[in-house]
Design a binder for this molecule. Structure first.
Ligand SMILES: [Zn+2]
Length: 149
């Protein structure tokens, strides 16, 4: 899985998750990647972004339209999931139950952009999505005891 920093023609920046560089190219070519802010499909990659970031409130990765699931074979999904969770934990700030509030502040640029994680009720998540804030949901975050902080 790779994360790209993307921007549309109006320079709205967002992130996209893709299974590979080829997957990214194919999705952009098919107009399957759209700007979460304005819906534009003129998407370009920010080549200058030297970092990989994940777990932020605004993971606007998912293509708006369902795009033929990527088939994966021979991958140990459980260990992949565990690695993903560890990555999120390491690279995001735990804001706990303030998640919806913080996600909004970041979205409306009242707070610097950063990765956050926390708790939100299904209603909160729906409300955030209605406001155009794409929340990446980790259904069950099994926090390893040595990583709680
Ligand atoms: Zn845009």
């Amino acid at each position: 899985m790779i994360v790209y920093d993307l921007s549309c023609e109006k320079e709205h920046r967002f992130e996209g998750w893709f299974s590979s560089a080829e997957d990214f190219d194919a999705q952009v070519e098919d107009d399957q990647v759209s700007c979460p802010v304005c819906g534009s499909v003129s998407i370009s990659r920010q080549l200058s972004a030297p970092y990989v970031n994940t777990g932020r409130a605004e993971l606007a990765a998912a293509p708006a339209k369902p795009s033929g699931e990527t088939a994966v074979a021979g991958v140990d999904m459980e260990s992949l999931h565990r690695k993903f969770v560890e990555f999120v934990l390491k690279n995001s700030e735990d804001v706990g139950s303030k998640f919806p509030e913080e996600a909004r502040k970041i979205h409306y640029e009242e707070k610097p952009r950063r990765s956050i994680r926390g708790q939100a009720s299904p209603n909160d998540i729906e409300a955030l999505r209605d406001e155009g804030i794409d929340v990446f949901q980790v259904p069950d975050l099994p926090v390893p005891p040595d990583r709680v902080h």
